[in-house]
Design a protein around this ligand. Structure first.
Ligand code: C2E
Ligand code: CA
Length: 557
């Protein structure tokens, strides 16, 4: 192996995958040893032969050529197909990679063929009784070992289905039931529990009898850590419905331990061990289910609890509006931003970043938004009269897109004694408008026609193109805090600020600078010509009563 070419050749020829390089003329330019052995042909017989000659016209035209053409057009292609090798058929995971020999055009396709026949064989063997529990008919523990390893192997190769979840469900009172009702009833109930669980799953998920009183569930293709928890709750609801046996009512008392791969384990042993530990912890803590990872467990429990509590929170009047001043260059208050808080009876004050997304998920946001708009309209109706100030209120994306929004706004103004829309400004984040710019612009125009000013919130963070921003019909841009954080020691920040000021001037839009915390920042901003500010330097968001005191007091500077 004197030079690198020999080295490549050595590597290619010792690879167990079958590797080839195909030219634009659909002929073989390179083949490795595995390929020749697999096809039982010599290198000379394959090199420069056409793919159609090697695989037959039919296979070439119906399967291979369409994929090759996609790859020649620039796409990386992966597929699984059955190919005939000599006397046997093999399942092959095929990967095509575009390959450029010299210039920029794709001249070849680099092909990797990975034989996965073994996985296919395993799947068919599993239909066999040796892998089933004779009592319940469910897959047995040996199957779990094989299927779990197979699924974890698939996950490593998949781009989209990276996470799998293993749930171990224990029927805690199985011994008791078997003693009282007899072993036959006990087994029947276990079998039926398996059936009930299957009804909660997708066809790609599996149920196993793990051992005596425990069943295991394998969920494939988990998108969110909350998904296995939702399934666990569904399973618990289904399996704890009582059975009737003559006069007796039999209730299964169950707990579930959950482990998620790859985080909690990447093979059979480690994942099963994590799920078992989670189950032990669930039993110890007297919970119905438990995730292996403590942090994830706490996060999810909080999310689930808060989501349920949100329903109650509106009825119980647990939300409260805070107001943060928006000031001019002489620190006089010209307006305020309405910011909602949740006075949670146990958790204390909860910030909107924590609960607004949950409110959006559950749909509660509609009722909450309505309450916020009505409440702040009433408040600003009095402050606009007494102090001449306006408020700007944040609109959640889901509400902004809601067709009822104009009607809700009209109603909010009406119940606040026919408040003029000039005192109620509406904030919508730049990133949200970017999801459907045309729709967002239509809605902005519709609201502006009714007299509302539109603020583009978190301006600069939404990755919009300048061309789009130039034409956005917003009245006010709220420059995100992140752009002024380094203003006094970052020349780039100052250049960016100047550019935004220029853009705003040019398009006749007002600019509000958010998150002003220091005198240095304020000095630079005033020097550059900004005249509206918001931030802790002036005041944190305040309760209505506190805010009103500020309105009455003269500015500090
Ligand atoms: P936002 O609209 O960007 O609101 C400004 C956030 O920055 C507020 O946090 C405010 O307390 C904070 N802030 C103000 N000045 C400073 C400063 O000088 N330094 C720092 N570090 N932070 C400052 P808050 O109240 O926690 O609100 C977070 C987000 O929640 C808001 O971000 C807004 O997107 C959303 N939100 C708040 N109230 C509502 C509401 O009533 N409805 C909806 N849909 N969303 C809301
Ligand atoms: Ca805002």
């Amino acid at each position: 192996m004197g030079n690198s070419e020999n080295l490549y050749e050595y590597i290619i020829n010792t690879a167990s995958d079958m590797i080839t390089l195909i030219g634009r003329d659909y002929r073989y330019k390179v083949v490795n040893d595995s390929y020749c052995t697999g096809k039982n042909l010599s290198r000379g017989e394959i090199l420069n032969a056409s793919v159609a000659e090697i695989w037959g016209e039919e296979k070439f035209n119906s399967v291979i050529k369409p994929y090759l053409d996609r790859c020649f057009a620039g796409e990386e292609v992966h597929y699984v197909e059955r190919f005939e090798f000599g006397l046997s058929w093999r399942y092959v995971h095929v990967s095509y990679y575009p390959y450029k020999m010299k210039d920029n055009d794709i001249s070849h396709v680099l092909v990797f063929n990975h034989d996965i026949t073994k996985l296919g064989e395993i799947e068919s063997r599993l239909l066999n009784y040796e892998f089933r529990d004779l009592v319940t008919g469910l897959f047995n523990n040996r199957s779990l070992e094989i299927i779990l390893d197979m699924e974890l192997e698939k996950a490593k190769r998949s781009k989209t289905e990276k996470n799998k979840a293993l749930l171990i469900l224990s029927v805690n009172n199985y011994q008791c039931i078997s003693l009282e009702q007899g072993i036959t009833i006990g087994n029947m109930l276990l079998e039926n529990t398996g059936i009930r669980i299957k009804d909660c799953l997708r066809t790609t998920d599996y149920v196993f009898r793990f051992n005596g009183s425990e069943l295991a569930v394998l969920l494939t293709g988990i998108k969110d850590v909350e998904e296995p928890v939702i399934v666990a709750q569904k399973i618990l609801n289904a399996v704890t419905v009582p059975y009737r046996n003559k006069e007796d009512t039999i209730c299964m008392n169950c707990s579930i331990g959950i482990a998620i791969s790859p985080e909690d384990g990447q093979d059979y042993n480690s994942l099963v061990s994590s799920a078992s530990k989670a189950l032990a912890a669930a039993l110890h803590e007297g919970r119905e289910f438990r995730l292996f990872d403590n942090k994830v467990q706490n996060k999810i429990i909080t999310r689930i609890q808060m989501r349920n509590e949100l329903h109650r929170a509106i009825d119980q009047k647990e939300f409260e509006l805070y107001y943060q001043p928006i000031v001019d260059e002489r620190r006089r208050i010209c307006g305020c931003e309405t910011l909602v808080r949740w006075n949670h009876p146990e958790r204390g004050l909860v910030g909107p970043s924590e609960f607004i997304p949950l409110a959006e998920e559950t749909g509660i946001i509609s009722a909450l938004s309505k309450w916020i708009l009505f409440e702040t309209s009433k408040q600003i109706s009095s402050w606009s009269r007494d102090y001449g100030i306006y408020t700007s209120v944040n609109l959640a994306a889901r509400e902004y897109a809601n067709d009822d929004l104009p009607a809700v706004l009209e109603a909010a103004l009406a119940q606040a004694g026919d408040l003029s829309p000039e005192y109620l400004h509406l904030e919508i984040t730049e990133s949200e408008t970017m999801k459907d710019p045309d729709q967002a612009i239509m809605r902005m125009n519709q609201l502006r026609d009714r007299g509302f000013q539109i603020y583009m919130d978190d301006f600069g963070t939404g990755h919009s193109s300048l061309c789009y921003l130039k034409n956005i019909p917003a009245d006010v841009l709220k420059l995100d805090k992140s752009f002024i954080d380094d203003l006094h020691h970052e020349p780039d920040s100052l250049s960016f600020l100047k550019m935004i000021i220029h853009l705003a001037d040019n398009r006749r839009k007002n600019l509000i600078i958010e998150g002003v915390e220091t005198e240095e920042q304020l000095d630079i901003l005033i020097r550059e010509g900004c005249n509206r500010f918001q931030g802790f330097l002036f005041s944190e968001p305040l309760r209505a009563g506190e805010f009103e005191k500020l309105l009455k007091a003269p500015p500090a500077h």
